[in-house]
Design a protein around this ligand. Structure first.
Ligand SMILES: [Fe+2]
Length: 299
């Protein structure tokens, strides 16, 4: 089994790459590392790539890039994937600061890329906007969340943190409560992308910046139940739902099997579980009715 350690960056296809570059520079707060007519890569203030944009006909989430241990051999990674029936290829110089990576697809054709160890890429200009710390997690629709949880568990060592009934699964690869989520839906596409902020003050400034830019906050601030992160949601110019969050639950020691205790937890200790019924959130408003991704049914 391959042990994924961290989520690193996400690749989006966009029909208007200039508009998306402007959004990530001036709202999320990433800096442009490379840019040509068809592709741009953007990094955080910590010089880590967070978003790659590719020009294309339809807005879509194309690829998730994860980090594995620095001593892993790429040929071994390909051989391990091959034994699991997965065809993978080694890429050379795929990204700024990245000399090699391994690329394959999951069972619904999402591209998965693996990097070994840390890589850094410095932006041309200092970042502006919110200056989010990093890419936190990606939530994807899938026709079969249980199958997705097994694939990412068996192949990449993700662990299940929580389920919402049988429709939405949260999975961790490090100590963060979730780095990928899978929501039941008609087919593989983005549910939402989430960027991490430092604290409540950073969130406050993010709300003020979205307000100044007349970008509507569609949900939040809210403290969720699963993961207990404080979150706000808005849409990027391509219509993708973007979450900004802080204060996510952490399972620092897998052997203990519970998340670090927090005053707002309802369970003591807070272990991975299936959340059933409402209310799930600890505090905060209900999502805007426009937010189809989080339509609620009363139970
Ligand atoms: Fe999220």
């Amino acid at each position: 089994m391959i042990k994924v350690k961290r989520i690193r960056h996400v690749t989006f296809v966009t029909p208007d790459i200039d508009r998306q570059i402007d959004y990530y520079q001036t709202v999320v707060g990433l800096g442009v590392v490379t840019r040509d007519a068809s592709r741009a890569s953007l990094a955080t203030d910590s010089d880590e790539l967070a978003v790659v944009l590719q020009r294309g006909d339809q807005a879509a989430c194309r690829r998730l890039t994860f980090e594995v241990a620095p001593d892993l051999d790429f040929a071994d990674l390909v051989a391990t994937l091959s034994r699991a029936g997965i065809v993978a290829e080694i890429q050379s110089d795929p990204l700024p600061g990245v000399s090699r990576s391994v690329l394959f697809r999951d069972f619904e054709d999402m591209e998965i890329e693996l990097l070994a160890g840390p890589t850094f890429a410095v932006a041309e200009q200092p970042v502006g906007g919110i200056a989010a710390d990093r890419l936190g997690h990606i939530a994807l629709y899938t026709q079969d969340p249980l199958k997705a949880s097994k694939f990412y568990g068996d192949v990449l060592n993700f662990r299940v943190s929580d389920w919402i009934e049988d429709a939405f699964v949260f999975m961790r690869c490090g100590f963060d409560h979730h780095s990928v989520n899978f929501a039941r839906g008609p087919g593989r596409r983005l549910h939402h992308a989430a960027f991490e902020l430092r604290d409540a003050s950073h969130m406050h400034r993010a709300c003020d910046l979205l307000g100044r830019k007349k970008m509507q906050i569609l949900w939040g601030p809210v403290r969720h139940g699963p993961g207990h992160n404080v979150a706000i949601y808005h849409r990027d110019p391509d219509g993708h739902l973007i979450e900004l969050f802080f204060d996510l639950d952490q399972m620092i020691d897998e052997d203990l099997g519970y998340f670090e205790p927090r005053p707002w937890h309802r369970d003591r200790p807070q272990r991975p579980k299936v959340w059933v019924g409402l209310p799930r959130d600890i505090w905060g408003p209900a999502p805007s009715p426009e937010l189809a991704e989080f339509k609620r049914k009363a139970t």
